[in-house]
Design a binder for this molecule. Structure first.
Ligand code: DAH
Length: 340
């Protein structure tokens, strides 16, 4: 029996596996229930007592060695397998799934406003964001002591000459009137700035669309009809409008326009503060003095103008309750407009 054990021990010591399958083959051969080591343990029972100790020690040595060898090669092949995971997985799709981008909600609303007015002949005029005091205020009949000129509202970029970050896109109408001959029919979308504390309802930068119409015959009824058309296109054919008398330095008469609440359809809700109406823009007949300031004969021409905040329209359209969301660019917010 000793001879048998020694022979097997030699085999075990000289063993080197080249494949995983070989390791398994030898594990079965030596260590399984019916393997050679087990058989030897069975035979051990009949070994004479005087050599039992010696044979027993050898047998244990064989068993441990065989187990050691098998474990060693098993580990070698297992770690090789895990390092193979660096090999690219050829079953993956050709391109990783890319998330679709989306237009910013303010761009969507701006483009929609442009489209609505384009259908009735309004062109788009661009202006500048850094504006001189004359275009932003003086030409628009804003007296020097007007509160809108207050340092608290306006960001001054330069004091002499006075240059400001425009506080309203109305400044673009001044440029248009200076450079074009009537008839004029144009809208001017763009960013404006005011020195205001940032909150859910106010921001130091926001967007406006200015509208200007100048012709020999332009009446308040034309203004009203234009704005009714716009409101129905933008918020649905059911939408009603109402004009309330107001004051702007550059229009006379002036009005503010409300639309019937898009959320409760005029019944009264939180958004319209239970009045059934929400204010969306300012408007009026261009003050003759403004026409004259810009080189247009106020005896021959009349005009109407209007101005609205894009954020306000977007908040109503998409029921956004916090203005700041438009400027934070959190993708979780923007993602919602992917299919819009
Ligand atoms: N510029 C005004 C504002 O920022 C909005 C406005 C009101 C524009 C009446 C107009 C207008 O053209 O006629 O509040």
């Amino acid at each position: 029996m000793l001879e048998k054990i020694n022979k097997l021990l030699e085999e075990v010591e000289g063993f080197a596996a080249t494949t995983k399958e070989q390791v398994e083959e030898y594990r079965i051969k030596w260590l399984s229930k019916k393997g050679e080591v087990s058989i030897l343990f069975d035979d051990f029972k009949s070994v004479p007592a005087e050599i039992k100790k010696e044979v027993g020690q050898k047998l244990n040595q064989l068993k441990n060695k065989a187990q050691e060898k098998i474990n060693h090669f098993k580990e070698t092949f297992d770690s090789e397998k895990s390092s193979n995971t660096d090999i690219p997985d050829l079953t993956l799709p050709k391109f990783p799934t890319l998330q679709n981008g989306s237009r910013h909600p303010l761009s969507l609303v701006k483009n929609e406003i442009i489209e609505v007015f384009a259908k009735i002949g309004f062109t788009v005029s661009d202006g500048r964001e850094i504006e001189d005091d004359w275009h932003n205020f003086t030409a628009l009949n804003t007296p020097e002591n007007h509160p809108a000129r207050d340092m608290q509202d306006t960001f001054y970029v330069n004091i002499d000459p006075e240059m400001v970050l425009r506080t309203q896109t109305s400044s673009v109408q001044v440029h248009v009137m200076q450079n074009q001959k009537p008839p004029i029919r144009t809208i001017s979308p763009g960013r404006v700035y005011r020195n205001e504390a940032i909150s859910a309802r106010a921001h130091c930068q926001f967007h406006q669309v200015e509208g200007l119409y100048i012709d020999e015959k332009a009446s308040f009824a034309d203004l009203k009809q234009t704005l009714l058309y716009f409101s129905k296109e933008m918020f649905g054919t059911e939408t009603k409008i109402r004009l309330r008398p107001s004051y702007f330095p550059f229009t006379e008469p002036s009005a503010e326009m409300d639309i019937s609440c898009t959320i409760c359809k005029g019944k009264g809700c939180n958004i319209c503060k239970h009045s059934g109406w929400v204010e969306i823009l300012g408007c009026g007949m261009v003050d003759p003095k403004v026409l004259e300031n810009c080189g247009i004969d106020s005896n021959k021409y009349k005009g109407f103008a209007f101005g609205m905040g894009i954020e306000r329209i977007a908040m109503l359209k998409y029921q956004v309750k916090d203005l700041r969301l438009f400027f934070e660019n959190d993708v979780r917010f923007l993602k919602q407009f992917t299919s819009a």
